[in-house]
Design a protein around this ligand. Sequence first.
Ligand code: GAP
Length: 489
Amino acid sequence: MAKKDQSQENNLLKDIIAHAKEYGFVYPSSEIYDGLQAVYDYGPYGVELKNNLKRVWWESMTRLHENIVGLDAAIFMHPTTWKASGHVDSFNDPMVDNKDSKKRYRADVLIEEKAAQYENAGDIDRAKSLLSAMGKLMEAEDFAALRELLINEEISCPISGTTNWTEIRQFNLMFSTQVGSVADESSTIYLRPETAQGIFVNFLNVQKTARMKIPFGIAQIGKAFRNEIVARQFIFRMREFEQMEMQYFVRPGSELEWYKAWASIRMKWHEALGIPVEKLRRHDHEKLAHYANAALDIEYEFPFGYKEVEGIHSRTDFDLKSHQEYSRKKQQYFDPEINQNYIPYVIETSIGADRLFLMTLCNAYVEEEVEGKQRTYLKFHPALAPVKAAILPLTKKDGLPEKAREIVEELKYDFNIIYEDAASIGKRYTRQDLIGTPFCIAVDHQTLEDNTVTIRHRDTTEQERLPISELHHKLGEACSFRNIVKHLA
Ligand code: GAP
Protein backbone atom coordinates (compact mmCIF):
# COMPACT_ATOMS: atom_id res chain seq x y z
CA MET A 1 0.00 0.00 0.00
CA ALA A 2 1.44 3.41 -0.94
CA LYS A 3 2.07 5.83 1.93
CA LYS A 4 -0.79 8.17 1.04
CA ASP A 5 -3.24 5.28 0.73
CA GLN A 6 -2.12 3.95 4.08
CA SER A 7 -2.87 7.21 5.86
CA GLN A 8 -6.27 7.38 4.13
CA GLU A 9 -6.98 3.86 5.34
CA ASN A 10 -5.87 4.79 8.89
CA ASN A 11 -8.25 7.73 8.76
CA LEU A 12 -11.02 5.38 7.71
CA LEU A 13 -10.33 3.19 10.75
CA LYS A 14 -10.36 6.29 12.98
CA ASP A 15 -13.71 7.35 11.48
CA ILE A 16 -15.16 3.88 12.09
CA ILE A 17 -13.92 3.83 15.71
CA ALA A 18 -15.38 7.30 16.33
CA HIS A 19 -18.66 6.27 14.71
CA ALA A 20 -18.83 3.09 16.79
CA LYS A 21 -18.48 5.13 19.97
CA GLU A 22 -20.71 8.04 19.07
CA TYR A 23 -23.61 5.88 17.90
CA GLY A 24 -23.63 3.33 20.71
CA PHE A 25 -21.78 0.34 19.24
CA VAL A 26 -18.45 0.07 21.10
CA TYR A 27 -17.00 2.04 24.03
CA PRO A 28 -13.57 1.79 25.64
CA SER A 29 -13.91 -0.22 28.86
CA SER A 30 -14.18 1.78 32.12
CA GLU A 31 -13.73 4.96 30.10
CA ILE A 32 -14.31 7.31 33.04
CA TYR A 33 -10.97 6.02 34.40
CA ASP A 34 -9.34 6.57 30.98
CA GLY A 35 -10.07 3.05 29.78
CA LEU A 36 -8.26 -0.25 30.03
CA GLN A 37 -6.04 -1.11 27.10
CA ALA A 38 -7.44 -3.70 24.68
CA VAL A 39 -10.70 -4.12 26.57
CA TYR A 40 -13.97 -2.80 25.17
CA ASP A 41 -17.68 -2.68 26.02
CA TYR A 42 -20.54 -3.06 23.57
CA GLY A 43 -23.26 -0.39 23.63
CA PRO A 44 -27.00 -0.76 22.91
CA TYR A 45 -26.63 -1.20 19.13
CA GLY A 46 -23.33 -3.06 19.41
CA VAL A 47 -24.76 -5.76 21.64
CA GLU A 48 -27.69 -6.28 19.25
CA LEU A 49 -25.37 -6.57 16.25
CA LYS A 50 -23.04 -8.92 18.11
CA ASN A 51 -25.94 -11.10 19.29
CA ASN A 52 -27.24 -11.31 15.72
CA LEU A 53 -23.81 -12.36 14.45
CA LYS A 54 -23.47 -14.98 17.16
CA ARG A 55 -26.96 -16.25 16.43
CA VAL A 56 -26.35 -16.61 12.71
CA TRP A 57 -23.11 -18.52 13.45
CA TRP A 58 -24.82 -20.73 16.04
CA GLU A 59 -27.74 -21.54 13.78
CA SER A 60 -25.52 -22.14 10.76
CA MET A 61 -23.63 -24.69 12.83
CA THR A 62 -26.25 -26.41 14.95
CA ARG A 63 -29.36 -26.14 12.75
CA LEU A 64 -27.95 -26.54 9.27
CA HIS A 65 -25.90 -29.54 10.35
CA GLU A 66 -27.82 -32.33 12.03
CA ASN A 67 -24.56 -33.77 13.33
CA ILE A 68 -23.35 -30.62 15.15
CA VAL A 69 -24.53 -29.94 18.70
CA GLY A 70 -23.84 -27.15 21.16
CA LEU A 71 -21.99 -26.81 24.46
CA ASP A 72 -21.40 -24.09 27.04
CA ALA A 73 -18.36 -25.01 29.12
CA ALA A 74 -17.01 -22.97 32.04
CA ILE A 75 -14.24 -20.41 31.60
CA PHE A 76 -12.27 -21.87 34.53
CA MET A 77 -10.92 -25.36 33.94
CA HIS A 78 -8.72 -27.75 35.85
CA PRO A 79 -5.17 -26.35 35.48
CA THR A 80 -3.85 -29.64 34.06
CA THR A 81 -6.01 -28.94 30.99
CA TRP A 82 -3.52 -26.24 29.98
CA LYS A 83 -0.52 -28.44 30.64
CA ALA A 84 -2.04 -31.14 28.40
CA SER A 85 -3.00 -28.66 25.67
CA GLY A 86 0.54 -27.28 25.52
CA HIS A 87 -0.49 -23.75 26.55
CA VAL A 88 1.55 -23.69 29.77
CA ASP A 89 4.75 -24.53 27.91
CA SER A 90 4.30 -23.01 24.51
CA PHE A 91 1.55 -20.38 24.32
CA ASN A 92 4.18 -17.67 24.04
CA ASP A 93 4.86 -14.64 21.91
CA PRO A 94 8.37 -13.26 21.28
CA MET A 95 8.51 -9.90 23.02
CA VAL A 96 11.05 -7.13 22.36
CA ASP A 97 11.47 -3.61 23.79
CA ASN A 98 12.94 -0.57 22.13
CA LYS A 99 15.51 0.89 24.55
CA ASP A 100 14.94 4.46 23.38
CA SER A 101 11.15 4.69 23.29
CA LYS A 102 10.66 2.03 26.03
CA LYS A 103 7.84 0.66 23.87
CA ARG A 104 7.16 -3.07 23.73
CA TYR A 105 6.46 -5.03 20.54
CA ARG A 106 5.97 -8.55 19.27
CA ALA A 107 9.08 -9.34 17.25
CA ASP A 108 7.15 -11.55 14.80
CA VAL A 109 4.58 -8.79 14.16
CA LEU A 110 7.33 -6.26 13.41
CA ILE A 111 8.86 -8.68 10.90
CA GLU A 112 5.47 -9.51 9.35
CA GLU A 113 4.82 -5.78 8.88
CA LYS A 114 8.17 -5.42 7.10
CA ALA A 115 7.28 -8.38 4.85
CA ALA A 116 3.92 -6.73 4.06
CA GLN A 117 5.83 -3.59 3.03
CA TYR A 118 7.96 -5.66 0.62
CA GLU A 119 4.83 -7.32 -0.72
CA ASN A 120 3.08 -3.99 -1.24
CA ALA A 121 6.12 -2.70 -3.09
CA GLY A 122 5.86 -5.74 -5.40
CA ASP A 123 8.90 -7.60 -3.98
CA ILE A 124 7.05 -10.84 -3.25
CA ASP A 125 10.21 -13.00 -3.16
CA ARG A 126 11.84 -10.82 -0.52
CA ALA A 127 8.65 -10.88 1.55
CA LYS A 128 8.48 -14.67 1.33
CA SER A 129 12.14 -15.20 2.17
CA LEU A 130 11.87 -12.89 5.20
CA LEU A 131 8.82 -14.75 6.51
CA SER A 132 10.45 -18.11 5.93
CA ALA A 133 13.64 -17.00 7.76
CA MET A 134 11.51 -15.80 10.66
CA GLY A 135 9.52 -19.07 10.71
CA LYS A 136 12.70 -21.13 10.95
CA LEU A 137 14.20 -19.02 13.75
CA MET A 138 10.94 -19.09 15.74
CA GLU A 139 10.70 -22.83 15.37
CA ALA A 140 14.29 -23.25 16.55
CA GLU A 141 13.59 -20.70 19.33
CA ASP A 142 16.76 -18.89 18.26
CA PHE A 143 15.87 -15.46 19.66
CA ALA A 144 19.37 -14.01 19.37
CA ALA A 145 19.26 -14.63 15.62
CA LEU A 146 15.69 -13.28 15.47
CA ARG A 147 16.96 -10.04 17.01
CA GLU A 148 19.78 -9.94 14.43
CA LEU A 149 17.13 -10.31 11.72
CA LEU A 150 15.28 -7.25 13.11
CA ILE A 151 18.47 -5.21 13.05
CA ASN A 152 19.74 -6.44 9.65
CA GLU A 153 16.36 -5.69 8.08
CA GLU A 154 16.59 -2.19 9.61
CA ILE A 155 13.25 -2.68 11.32
CA SER A 156 12.97 0.34 13.57
CA CYS A 157 10.63 1.37 16.37
CA PRO A 158 7.82 3.52 14.91
CA ILE A 159 8.11 5.88 17.92
CA SER A 160 11.88 6.38 18.36
CA GLY A 161 12.89 5.42 14.81
CA THR A 162 15.87 3.42 16.16
CA THR A 163 16.85 -0.25 15.97
CA ASN A 164 18.10 -0.20 19.56
CA TRP A 165 16.36 -3.44 20.56
CA THR A 166 16.61 -5.42 23.81
CA GLU A 167 17.00 -9.19 23.84
CA ILE A 168 13.89 -11.03 22.66
CA ARG A 169 12.09 -12.91 25.43
CA GLN A 170 9.24 -15.39 25.40
CA PHE A 171 6.07 -14.15 27.05
CA ASN A 172 3.22 -16.48 28.04
CA LEU A 173 -0.17 -15.04 27.10
CA MET A 174 -2.32 -16.79 29.69
CA PHE A 175 -3.84 -14.83 32.57
CA SER A 176 -3.70 -16.65 35.88
CA THR A 177 -5.61 -16.21 39.10
CA GLN A 178 -6.15 -18.11 42.37
CA VAL A 179 -9.07 -20.25 43.51
CA GLY A 180 -9.96 -20.39 47.18
CA SER A 181 -8.51 -18.30 49.96
CA VAL A 182 -4.97 -19.73 50.09
CA ALA A 183 -2.73 -18.37 47.39
CA ASP A 184 -0.19 -21.12 46.74
CA GLU A 185 0.90 -22.73 43.51
CA SER A 186 -1.63 -25.52 43.70
CA SER A 187 -4.49 -23.02 43.66
CA THR A 188 -3.39 -21.26 40.47
CA ILE A 189 -5.86 -21.50 37.63
CA TYR A 190 -6.03 -19.84 34.23
CA LEU A 191 -8.61 -17.83 32.35
CA ARG A 192 -9.05 -19.94 29.23
CA PRO A 193 -7.09 -18.61 26.25
CA GLU A 194 -9.31 -20.57 23.82
CA THR A 195 -12.73 -22.16 24.19
CA ALA A 196 -11.67 -25.32 22.33
CA GLN A 197 -10.35 -27.16 25.38
CA GLY A 198 -13.81 -27.05 27.01
CA ILE A 199 -15.01 -29.02 23.98
CA PHE A 200 -12.15 -31.53 24.07
CA VAL A 201 -12.57 -32.42 27.74
CA ASN A 202 -16.32 -32.88 27.16
CA PHE A 203 -15.93 -34.88 23.97
CA LEU A 204 -17.08 -38.20 25.48
CA ASN A 205 -19.83 -36.63 27.61
CA VAL A 206 -21.38 -35.08 24.52
CA GLN A 207 -20.80 -38.10 22.27
CA LYS A 208 -22.49 -40.43 24.74
CA THR A 209 -25.35 -38.23 25.98
CA ALA A 210 -26.35 -36.91 22.56
CA ARG A 211 -25.62 -40.32 20.97
CA MET A 212 -23.40 -38.82 18.28
CA LYS A 213 -21.76 -40.91 15.57
CA ILE A 214 -18.56 -39.90 13.86
CA PRO A 215 -18.27 -37.61 11.98
CA PHE A 216 -19.88 -35.10 14.35
CA GLY A 217 -19.21 -31.62 15.66
CA ILE A 218 -19.49 -29.66 18.91
CA ALA A 219 -20.01 -25.90 18.70
CA GLN A 220 -19.42 -23.35 21.43
CA ILE A 221 -19.47 -19.59 21.87
CA GLY A 222 -17.69 -18.06 24.84
CA LYS A 223 -15.17 -15.67 26.28
CA ALA A 224 -11.42 -16.21 25.97
CA PHE A 225 -8.59 -14.19 27.50
CA ARG A 226 -5.06 -13.46 26.31
CA ASN A 227 -2.52 -11.08 27.77
CA GLU A 228 -1.64 -9.70 24.33
CA ILE A 229 1.68 -7.86 24.29
CA VAL A 230 0.64 -5.47 21.60
CA ALA A 231 -2.95 -4.41 21.74
CA ARG A 232 -3.83 -2.32 18.73
CA GLN A 233 -6.38 -1.82 16.00
CA PHE A 234 -9.45 -1.36 18.15
CA ILE A 235 -11.36 -4.61 18.79
CA PHE A 236 -9.13 -6.58 16.40
CA ARG A 237 -6.76 -7.68 19.16
CA MET A 238 -8.29 -7.66 22.62
CA ARG A 239 -7.29 -9.08 25.98
CA GLU A 240 -10.83 -10.26 26.67
CA PHE A 241 -12.74 -11.44 23.62
CA GLU A 242 -15.27 -13.98 22.43
CA GLN A 243 -14.63 -17.01 20.28
CA MET A 244 -17.02 -19.15 18.26
CA GLU A 245 -15.38 -22.51 17.83
CA MET A 246 -16.48 -25.81 16.36
CA GLN A 247 -14.54 -29.05 16.70
CA TYR A 248 -15.43 -31.67 14.11
CA PHE A 249 -14.47 -35.21 15.13
CA VAL A 250 -13.57 -37.51 12.24
CA ARG A 251 -12.10 -40.91 11.49
CA PRO A 252 -8.27 -40.86 11.37
CA GLY A 253 -7.07 -40.63 7.79
CA SER A 254 -10.14 -38.68 6.63
CA GLU A 255 -9.09 -35.41 8.28
CA LEU A 256 -7.59 -33.66 5.27
CA GLU A 257 -10.72 -34.29 3.23
CA TRP A 258 -12.84 -32.75 6.01
CA TYR A 259 -10.34 -29.89 6.38
CA LYS A 260 -10.85 -29.06 2.70
CA ALA A 261 -14.64 -29.29 3.06
CA TRP A 262 -14.75 -27.00 6.12
CA ALA A 263 -12.45 -24.43 4.51
CA SER A 264 -14.92 -24.15 1.66
CA ILE A 265 -18.05 -24.14 3.89
CA ARG A 266 -16.62 -21.36 6.05
CA MET A 267 -15.51 -19.22 3.11
CA LYS A 268 -19.03 -19.48 1.66
CA TRP A 269 -20.47 -18.45 5.03
CA HIS A 270 -18.57 -15.16 4.99
CA GLU A 271 -19.78 -14.48 1.47
CA ALA A 272 -23.37 -15.29 2.53
CA LEU A 273 -23.07 -12.61 5.22
CA GLY A 274 -22.52 -10.09 2.44
CA ILE A 275 -18.73 -9.78 2.53
CA PRO A 276 -17.54 -9.19 -1.07
CA VAL A 277 -15.38 -12.07 -2.40
CA GLU A 278 -12.64 -9.64 -3.41
CA LYS A 279 -12.27 -8.52 0.22
CA LEU A 280 -11.69 -12.09 1.43
CA ARG A 281 -8.65 -14.27 0.94
CA ARG A 282 -7.31 -17.57 2.15
CA HIS A 283 -3.88 -17.73 3.73
CA ASP A 284 -2.38 -21.20 4.07
CA HIS A 285 0.03 -21.55 7.00
CA GLU A 286 3.60 -22.51 6.23
CA LYS A 287 4.58 -22.79 9.87
CA LEU A 288 2.16 -25.10 11.64
CA ALA A 289 1.27 -25.04 15.35
CA HIS A 290 2.47 -28.01 17.39
CA TYR A 291 -0.96 -29.67 17.15
CA ALA A 292 -1.77 -29.20 13.45
CA ASN A 293 -1.09 -31.04 10.19
CA ALA A 294 -2.76 -28.33 8.08
CA ALA A 295 -4.02 -24.82 8.84
CA LEU A 296 -5.29 -21.74 7.07
CA ASP A 297 -6.71 -18.34 7.89
CA ILE A 298 -9.65 -16.65 6.27
CA GLU A 299 -8.53 -13.04 5.98
CA TYR A 300 -10.50 -9.87 5.37
CA GLU A 301 -9.15 -6.63 3.95
CA PHE A 302 -9.54 -4.33 6.96
CA PRO A 303 -8.60 -0.63 6.63
CA PHE A 304 -5.20 -1.71 8.08
CA GLY A 305 -4.67 -4.51 5.52
CA TYR A 306 -5.56 -8.18 5.13
CA LYS A 307 -5.85 -9.80 8.57
CA GLU A 308 -7.14 -13.06 10.01
CA VAL A 309 -10.81 -13.31 10.91
CA GLU A 310 -11.11 -17.07 11.20
CA GLY A 311 -8.74 -20.02 11.47
CA ILE A 312 -9.39 -23.53 10.12
CA HIS A 313 -7.07 -26.09 11.68
CA SER A 314 -6.60 -29.81 11.22
CA ARG A 315 -5.61 -30.52 14.84
CA THR A 316 -4.93 -34.25 14.41
CA ASP A 317 -5.58 -36.30 17.58
CA PHE A 318 -3.14 -34.13 19.55
CA ASP A 319 -5.56 -32.71 22.12
CA LEU A 320 -7.62 -35.82 22.87
CA LYS A 321 -4.48 -37.97 23.01
CA SER A 322 -2.80 -35.56 25.36
CA HIS A 323 -5.88 -35.34 27.63
CA GLN A 324 -5.99 -39.15 27.68
CA GLU A 325 -2.35 -39.19 28.78
CA TYR A 326 -2.67 -36.52 31.48
CA SER A 327 -6.07 -37.61 32.85
CA ARG A 328 -5.45 -41.36 32.43
CA LYS A 329 -9.02 -41.58 31.12
CA LYS A 330 -9.58 -43.18 27.73
CA GLN A 331 -10.71 -40.69 25.07
CA GLN A 332 -11.62 -43.31 22.50
CA TYR A 333 -14.61 -43.74 20.28
CA PHE A 334 -15.96 -47.11 19.17
CA ASP A 335 -16.77 -46.91 15.47
CA PRO A 336 -19.49 -49.51 14.76
CA GLU A 337 -19.04 -49.18 11.00
CA ILE A 338 -15.47 -50.50 11.07
CA ASN A 339 -15.66 -52.25 14.42
CA GLN A 340 -12.69 -50.34 15.84
CA ASN A 341 -11.78 -48.13 18.79
CA TYR A 342 -9.76 -45.03 18.04
CA ILE A 343 -9.05 -41.49 19.16
CA PRO A 344 -10.78 -39.26 16.59
CA TYR A 345 -8.95 -36.62 14.57
CA VAL A 346 -10.29 -33.07 14.77
CA ILE A 347 -10.96 -30.27 12.33
CA GLU A 348 -11.47 -26.96 14.08
CA THR A 349 -13.15 -23.81 12.78
CA SER A 350 -12.41 -20.88 15.07
CA ILE A 351 -13.67 -17.34 14.61
CA GLY A 352 -13.56 -14.35 16.94
CA ALA A 353 -17.00 -12.79 17.46
CA ASP A 354 -15.33 -9.40 17.93
CA ARG A 355 -13.31 -9.67 14.72
CA LEU A 356 -16.43 -10.74 12.87
CA PHE A 357 -18.14 -7.68 14.38
CA LEU A 358 -15.31 -5.40 13.20
CA MET A 359 -15.38 -6.91 9.71
CA THR A 360 -19.16 -6.46 9.53
CA LEU A 361 -18.89 -2.85 10.72
CA CYS A 362 -16.07 -1.98 8.29
CA ASN A 363 -17.97 -3.62 5.45
CA ALA A 364 -21.19 -1.76 6.31
CA TYR A 365 -19.67 1.71 6.78
CA VAL A 366 -20.57 3.94 3.83
CA GLU A 367 -19.70 7.59 3.36
CA GLU A 368 -21.13 9.03 0.17
CA GLU A 369 -22.02 12.33 -1.41
CA VAL A 370 -25.60 12.74 -2.57
CA GLU A 371 -26.46 15.98 -4.41
CA GLY A 372 -23.53 17.78 -2.79
CA LYS A 373 -24.40 16.54 0.70
CA GLN A 374 -22.37 14.04 2.74
CA ARG A 375 -24.33 10.97 3.86
CA THR A 376 -22.99 8.31 6.25
CA TYR A 377 -24.87 5.10 6.85
CA LEU A 378 -24.33 1.50 7.88
CA LYS A 379 -25.56 -0.92 5.23
CA PHE A 380 -25.97 -3.98 7.45
CA HIS A 381 -27.79 -6.97 6.04
CA PRO A 382 -31.34 -6.53 7.50
CA ALA A 383 -30.98 -9.86 9.32
CA LEU A 384 -27.91 -8.49 11.15
CA ALA A 385 -29.04 -4.89 11.67
CA PRO A 386 -29.38 -4.01 15.40
CA VAL A 387 -32.74 -2.31 14.86
CA LYS A 388 -35.04 -3.60 12.13
CA ALA A 389 -37.45 -0.67 11.85
CA ALA A 390 -38.10 2.77 13.32
CA ILE A 391 -41.73 3.82 13.68
CA LEU A 392 -41.95 7.57 13.20
CA PRO A 393 -45.17 9.60 13.60
CA LEU A 394 -44.90 12.68 11.39
CA THR A 395 -46.10 14.95 14.18
CA LYS A 396 -46.70 14.62 17.91
CA LYS A 397 -50.41 15.42 17.63
CA ASP A 398 -53.68 14.50 15.81
CA GLY A 399 -53.55 10.92 17.08
CA LEU A 400 -50.44 10.05 15.02
CA PRO A 401 -48.33 8.95 18.07
CA GLU A 402 -51.17 6.66 19.20
CA LYS A 403 -51.42 5.09 15.75
CA ALA A 404 -47.64 4.65 15.63
CA ARG A 405 -47.70 2.97 19.06
CA GLU A 406 -50.28 0.48 17.74
CA ILE A 407 -47.82 -0.49 14.99
CA VAL A 408 -45.01 -0.87 17.56
CA GLU A 409 -47.26 -3.20 19.59
CA GLU A 410 -47.89 -5.34 16.54
CA LEU A 411 -44.25 -5.69 15.57
CA LYS A 412 -42.24 -5.59 18.80
CA TYR A 413 -42.61 -9.27 19.73
CA ASP A 414 -40.81 -10.41 16.59
CA PHE A 415 -38.53 -7.51 15.69
CA ASN A 416 -36.30 -5.01 17.47
CA ILE A 417 -38.24 -1.79 16.87
CA ILE A 418 -37.62 1.84 17.81
CA TYR A 419 -40.33 4.45 18.33
CA GLU A 420 -39.27 8.07 17.89
CA ASP A 421 -41.29 11.25 17.69
CA ALA A 422 -38.73 13.99 18.45
CA ALA A 423 -37.08 16.23 15.80
CA SER A 424 -37.87 16.60 12.11
CA ILE A 425 -38.53 13.49 10.05
CA GLY A 426 -35.33 14.16 8.03
CA LYS A 427 -33.22 14.21 11.19
CA ARG A 428 -34.87 11.03 12.41
CA TYR A 429 -34.10 9.29 9.09
CA THR A 430 -30.46 10.38 9.37
CA ARG A 431 -30.18 9.02 12.89
CA GLN A 432 -31.52 5.63 11.78
CA ASP A 433 -29.09 5.59 8.83
CA LEU A 434 -26.22 6.10 11.27
CA ILE A 435 -27.15 3.00 13.26
CA GLY A 436 -28.00 1.00 10.14
CA THR A 437 -31.79 0.58 10.53
CA PRO A 438 -32.96 -0.84 7.20
CA PHE A 439 -36.55 0.47 7.36
CA CYS A 440 -38.13 3.72 8.59
CA ILE A 441 -41.91 3.62 8.81
CA ALA A 442 -43.59 7.03 8.78
CA VAL A 443 -47.11 7.43 10.14
CA ASP A 444 -48.94 10.44 8.66
CA HIS A 445 -52.47 11.80 8.33
CA GLN A 446 -53.24 9.48 5.42
CA THR A 447 -52.49 6.57 7.77
CA LEU A 448 -55.48 7.56 9.89
CA GLU A 449 -57.70 7.44 6.81
CA ASP A 450 -56.58 4.30 4.99
CA ASN A 451 -54.24 2.39 7.34
CA THR A 452 -51.23 2.75 5.05
CA VAL A 453 -47.72 4.00 5.94
CA THR A 454 -44.64 5.03 4.01
CA ILE A 455 -41.67 2.77 4.33
CA ARG A 456 -38.26 4.27 3.58
CA HIS A 457 -35.41 2.03 2.49
CA ARG A 458 -32.05 2.90 4.07
CA ASP A 459 -29.70 2.14 1.17
CA THR A 460 -31.65 3.80 -1.66
CA THR A 461 -33.64 6.28 0.50
CA GLU A 462 -36.59 5.34 -1.74
CA GLN A 463 -40.05 5.31 -0.20
CA GLU A 464 -43.14 3.22 -0.90
CA ARG A 465 -46.68 3.22 0.49
CA LEU A 466 -47.80 0.00 2.16
CA PRO A 467 -50.83 -1.21 4.16
CA ILE A 468 -50.00 -1.67 7.86
CA SER A 469 -51.28 -5.23 7.57
CA GLU A 470 -48.35 -6.08 5.26
CA LEU A 471 -45.59 -4.70 7.53
CA HIS A 472 -45.06 -7.83 9.60
CA HIS A 473 -44.67 -10.02 6.51
CA LYS A 474 -42.40 -7.46 4.81
CA LEU A 475 -40.04 -7.22 7.79
CA GLY A 476 -40.12 -10.97 8.31
CA GLU A 477 -39.09 -11.63 4.72
CA ALA A 478 -36.27 -9.08 4.78
CA CYS A 479 -34.88 -9.74 8.25
CA SER A 480 -35.03 -13.52 8.40
CA PHE A 481 -31.77 -15.40 8.95
CA ARG A 482 -33.05 -17.61 6.16
CA ASN A 483 -31.90 -14.87 3.76
CA ILE A 484 -28.35 -15.51 4.86
CA VAL A 485 -28.34 -19.24 5.37
CA LYS A 486 -30.21 -20.01 2.12
CA HIS A 487 -26.92 -19.25 0.34
CA LEU A 488 -25.28 -22.09 2.25
CA ALA A 489 -27.60 -24.89 1.15
N1 GAP B 1 -8.65 -22.68 19.13
C1 GAP B 1 -7.82 -22.13 18.13
C2 GAP B 1 -7.51 -20.73 18.34
O1 GAP B 1 -7.78 -20.16 19.38
P1 GAP B 1 -6.47 -18.65 17.16
O2 GAP B 1 -6.05 -18.47 15.72
O3 GAP B 1 -5.48 -18.30 18.20
O4 GAP B 1 -6.92 -20.16 17.26
C3 GAP B 1 -8.95 -18.07 16.67
O5 GAP B 1 -7.79 -17.82 17.42
C4 GAP B 1 -9.70 -16.79 16.36
O6 GAP B 1 -9.96 -16.08 17.58
C5 GAP B 1 -8.92 -15.81 15.49
O7 GAP B 1 -9.10 -16.09 14.12
C6 GAP B 1 -9.55 -14.48 15.87
O8 GAP B 1 -10.74 -14.26 15.14
C7 GAP B 1 -9.91 -14.69 17.34
N2 GAP B 1 -8.88 -14.06 18.22
C8 GAP B 1 -7.71 -14.60 18.61
N3 GAP B 1 -7.05 -13.75 19.42
C9 GAP B 1 -7.82 -12.65 19.54
C10 GAP B 1 -7.70 -11.42 20.23
N4 GAP B 1 -6.65 -11.15 21.01
N5 GAP B 1 -8.70 -10.49 20.13
C11 GAP B 1 -9.78 -10.75 19.36
N6 GAP B 1 -9.95 -11.90 18.68
C12 GAP B 1 -8.99 -12.84 18.76
